[in-house]
Design a binder for this molecule. Structure first.
Ligand SMILES: C[S@@+](CC[C@H](N)C(=O)[O-])C[C@H]1O[C@@H](n2cnc3c(N)ncnc32)[C@H](O)[C@@H]1O
Length: 259
């Protein structure tokens, strides 16, 4: 499929069955259905992080540029950007086939691809790259490879907007697990206070289980994320969108510029 082809955008190339290369070799996190995932944005504080990511992308993407969202989920964030900037070419890459199918139907203006971000080769150099709540789906070995890969795909001075949920610093496995529990408990308390539906709270419990046993989710500390970025990017802004009170964990957005 050519980047230049508008017709090609709506062609559903999602495999009926995930291909061996992407399904068997990876331990994927248990994710909710696309409908529940999008419902989460109303209750989870993550919705606030995405609003800020959209605002930054709208501001920093050059006119007529290519915006590439790695680990794009259903394409919700790209759609928020499309509403304000119809000059952009908006490309998303996700490894959850049901999310890609759902997003292609709901957001036909987007070009959503079912690919492993570690192998996906963008056809055109992206002018702005997004990765929100995606880095932690890669294993600790894969995370530096991924950051190096996206850096190689970008021209100097271009922007990367990286968002993630981070846990407090840790050195041992016991400390890591304890930090994961603290983040999850704060989140679940928040969801209960928001009167979230049971399926949304269940999704948070699933995330806790994934992270605790490193089953497709590998949240890390803000210091570790910054360390991964440092060789390739200057971090221009760091904003914690949740919680409001001082905390060593939470939802963070980093505005980074390619060196
Ligand atoms: C928690 S969702 C995040 C979705 C969205 N970016 C957001 O901020 O809400 C994680 C997404 O990462 C995708 N993902 C996980 N590992 C991936 C990989 N290796 N390559 C591409 N996408 C991946 C999943 O398919 C899913 O769409």
């Amino acid at each position: 499929m050519e980047f230049g082809s508008k017709r090609a955008r709506n062609v559903d190339t999602t495999p009926r069955r995930p291909r061996k290369s992407v399904s068997r070799r990876r331990r994927q996190a248990r994710l909710p259905t696309p409908e529940i995932y999008e419902e989460e944005y109303r209750y989870w504080p993550w919705g606030k992080a995405l609003n800020l990511a959209a605002k930054w992308a709208v501001r920093f993407a050059p006119s007529g540029g290519v915006v590439l969202d790695y680990m794009c989920g259903t394409g919700y964030l790209l759609h928020q950007i499309a509403r304000k900037r119809n000059d952009l070419r908006l490309v998303g890459c996700s490894l959850t086939a049901s999310y890609v199918r759902y997003g292609r139907q709901k957001y036909p203006e987007l070009e959503l691809t079912y690919r492993n971000a570690l192998r996906y080769k963008p056809r055109r150099m992206p002018d702005l790259v997004l990765c929100t709540a995606g880095l932690h789906h890669l294993s600790p070995n894969e995370q530096p490879r991924f950051v190096r890969k996206i850096a190689k795909e970008m021209a100097p001075n271009r922007w990367l907007i990286l968002g993630d949920e981070v846990i407090r610093p840790y050195t041992t496995e016991t400390q890591r697990r304890s930090a994961v529990i603290d983040l999850a408990m704060a989140l679940i308390r928040h969801l209960v206070a928001q009167r979230s539906p049971p399926e949304v709270i269940q999704a948070a419990l699933d995330v806790l289980q994934n992270d605790l046993f490193q089953a497709g989710e590998y949240k890390t500390s803000l210091a570790n994320v910054k360390r991964l970025l440092a060789p390739y990017f200057v971090v221009r802004r760091v904003v914690r969108t949740w919680p409001n009170r001082p905390a060593p964990f939470g939802d963070y957005l980093l505005l980074c510029q390619r060196r």
